[in-house]
Design a protein around this ligand. Structure first.
Ligand code: CMP
Length: 143
């Protein structure tokens, strides 16, 4: 069993797509181990997206991610990181495969509805960004 971090981004919350998107995630076999709704401060968003700080879109990205509440979710599944990235599709919805979450709901390469960690190492760091150890529920074995 492995974990990944999803974030339902501010456009997902604004468009009232939280329920639909979580439905796709659960139908694909992911279990929710932790979830909350937060409004990122500019400092928190800059910390989370530190790796992109030299990119030309960095300032726009920070203003988008702080434009409203978002919903970070810790997901558990075998092969969670890779399977979740397949489920959400390419960063740019125009390039995302049919049936992926971004293809169905995202507006453009920036306002792309949802985030998924890109490696197990980054998943662990990103999860720690939003959740304390106590907030991570041991859902493995509930069923
Ligand atoms: P994500 O992959 O979750 O994390 C980095 C985010 O930066 C990405 O989603 C988009 O929201 C945004 N992003 C990536 N590439 C671009 C781009 N070329 N122009 C604008 N925003 C981008």
């Amino acid at each position: 069993m492995s974990r990944t971090l999803a974030i339902l981004k501010p456009d997902c919350v604004r468009k009232e797509l939280i329920g639909k998107v979580i439905g796709h995630i659960q139908s694909a076999g992911f279990k929710i181990a932790a979830m909350k709704m937060v409004k990122l401060t500019p400092d928190a968003a800059k910390g989370f997206y530190e790796v992109h700080k030299e990119r030309p879109f960095f300032h726009e990205l920070i203003s988008y991610m702080t434009s409203g509440p978002c919903v970070p979710i810790v997901l558990e599944k075998d092969n969670a990181v890779e399977d979740f990235r397949k489920l959400i599709g390419a960063t740019d919805p125009a390039k995302a495969e049919e049936g992926t979450i971004r293809k169905m709901y995202a507006e453009n390469i920036q306002e792309n509805i949802i985030h998924g960690s890109d490696s197990d190492e980054n998943a662990a760091k990103e999860i720690a960004h939003f959740f304390s150890r106590k907030e991570l529920l041991e859902i493995n074995g509930w069923e």
